[in-house]
Write a protein that binds this ligand. Structure first.
Ligand SMILES: Nc1ncnc2c1ncn2[C@@H]1O[C@H](COP(=O)(O)OP(=O)(O)OP(=O)(O)O)[C@@H](O)[C@H]1O
Length: 338
């Protein structure tokens, strides 16, 4: 059952949520969430607006108290030890604030000093991090003059300066142009791969998140409805384990339709659908109980038609998005509990 879904990390868990629930009055923002995130993992919390992503993050940080269930971050309970959790976890909110009339360097040194890093060390570390996030040329520029992308980069330096074990980024790519998004995601990925950081990021941009996340969790109306890597999620799209093969051929003939329908393992043939302007080429979609790509191609050739394309359909993020998000929880899956 979905509400009892437990998404389990492959490595040693660093974040563990069990039956986590948050209610605001009558409204349940997070509903019985169980999730485990492993050390060094890049995990994406995905979901449309109001799905409960930020509320989940706030509970991990001890910034809001759960109504039910438990949270463990780096082995600590954020409700009881919020300061220790804050020391170990770097959090970048979606509306990160800086001192606008101070330079990037000053802002970073200020954060470092707040976190108990001695003055000299803070300067060195701030320089190193500004270089690391690609802001070396802007270190003496006032933050008020920064673009959104530059602010996000500075935000990442700002969370890194206290040397966290985990970084949590709420909508880090919001409002950044595509090139800026690419660069920011590359940076986040490198931080995880090269420095072993655990990264949790929330987003409603599936395409962006797919590029760098080891796993994603899909949230809808406060519930985790599916989780896993993209391949696992795509596999979950097929309850019955059916495979879709798409064919395109010209000189389509009745014999071909019959022989496709007669292939062992074909459940359904949809088509042929002829082109709108010309009947020269047509497409058909086969639903099969096993992979019939090669046999379908052979059937086209044997029928005397010309094969233009044959393709075993791979489910992608768009399919996942439509299936899981657009239908909300009317699209509950029977077998997402893996
Ligand atoms: N302080 C609050 N008081 C009352 N309701 C709240 C509060 N914070 C969040 N909610 C509600 O809880 C639900 C989940 O909100 P949350 O901000 O966690 O979603 P989200 O997935 O982060 O969305 P977004 O992508 O828009 O930030 C929403 O319906 C929201 O209106």
């Amino acid at each position: 059952m979905k509400s009892e879904m437990k998404a389990v990390a492959a490595g040693e868990p660093i974040i563990e949520l069990t039956g986590l629930t948050k209610k605001y009055g009558e409204q349940t923002a997070v509903n019985n969430l169980s999730l485990s995130i492993g050390k060094g993992e890049v995990f994406g919390l995905l979901g449309p607006n109001g799905a409960g992503k930020t509320t989940t993050i706030l509970m991990m940080l001890g910034l809001t108290e759960p109504t039910g269930g438990s949270v463990k971050v780096c082995g600590l309970d954020p409700v009881r030890e919020p300061l220790e959790v804050k020391r170990r976890v770097g959090y970048m909110p979606d509306d990160i604030g800086f001192y606008e009339d101070r330079t990037a360097l000053d802002n970073l040194v200020f954060t470092a000093r707040l976190n108990g890093i001695p003055a000299g060390e803070a300067q060195d570390e701030a320089h190193r991090l500004l270089e690391r996030v690609g802001l070396a040329d802007a270190l003496t520029k006032k933050v008020g003059a920064f673009s959104r992308g530059m602010r996000q980069r500075l935000g990442i330096a700002d969370v890194l300066i206290k040397r966290p074990e985990v970084i949590i980024l709420d909508e880090p790519t919001l409002g950044i142009d595509p090139e800026g998004v690419r660069e920011l995601l590359k940076l986040i990925e490198e931080l995880s791969r090269k420095e072993g950081l655990t990264v949790l990021l929330s987003s409603h941009h599936l395409h962006q998140v797919q590029q760098i996340c080891d796993r994603v969790g899909l949230f809808v109306k406060g519930r985790l409805i599916a989780s896993g890597d993209i391949e696992t999620l795509a596999a979950q799209l097929d309850d019955e384990g059916l495979i879709t093969v798409e064919l395109e051929a010209s000189n389509w003939n009745e014999k071909l339709t019959d022989s496709l329908a007669g292939l062992d393992g074909v459940v359904e043939v949809r088509g042929p659908v002829f082109g709108k302007t010309s009947r020269a080429s047509a497409t058909a979609v086969l639903t099969c109980s096993r992979d019939l790509t090669a046999e379908a191609a052979r059937a086209v050739i044997d029928s005397g038609a010309q094969l233009h394309a044959v393709n075993r359909k791979q489910y992608g993020l768009d399919d996942i998005y439509h299936r899981y998000f657009e239908g909300g929880d009317t699209n509950e899956r029977k077998n997402v509990n893996r």
